[in-house]
Write a protein that binds this ligand. Sequence first.
Ligand code: G3P
Ligand code: MG
Length: 243
Amino acid sequence: MGTMIYAHRGASKLAPENTMPAFELAYHAGADGIETDVQLTKDGIPILIHDENVRRTTNGTGFVQDYTYKELKKLDAGSWFSSKFSDTPIVTLDEFLDWVQDKSMFLNIELKNNVIPYKHLEQTVYDHLKKYQLLEQTVISSFNASSMERMKDIDPNISTALLSSKKIPELPGHLKRIGVTGFHTKYRLLNSNLAKTCRKHNLALRIYTVNRPTQMKKCFKLKCDGVFTDVPHLAMEYRELYE
Ligand code: G3P
Ligand code: MG
């Protein structure tokens, strides 16, 4: 298997991130997978949003954790991007999984719990993936190492990855102690040594956010396991050329 192309927050260059139009575009671009970020509402419903505060990507203000699901659903998560997407709602994890279920796409569910340590986020996401029978095609990731340890306790067979934008000394040992099987890191930290180390230790290496052709080329040449891109349609084209 070559480098897998994950649409980062959906096809987020072409439509508002983490919304159904962005996911639909990723699917139609032929992306292998979709990456999305999950947080919990005040009443414990998992929803897809990147920032802890709704300000940047909706017409609301304040923290996700202070909104009930019903309140959040009233927000417009599309107009900030373009008037073409006005009144696009925030998507729940349930709605997303229901949509993706029959599409044979891979998933990366990123738990956004490194700033706000949402209680039971791991179990909630796990139960949803199980309900839709999507555990096998999903990798769960987080910048929060303890969260990934909890995930492994829930199910030692699920594929997990630690996210880091910093260089980690003695990476294989560190990842092994946490119990993850993958490492998701920033493009600027990618080099042939990192690729070699991960391969040697059987750790999946996936890179974000890969939007430029030169970056794509390097990821494909180094045989990274995956890239996260805002422009999956371009990545699909370049993979044909470079792989
Ligand atoms: O999961 C890869 C990437 O999405 C991590 O960073 O901030 O875009 O969620 P961020
Ligand atoms: Mg993310």
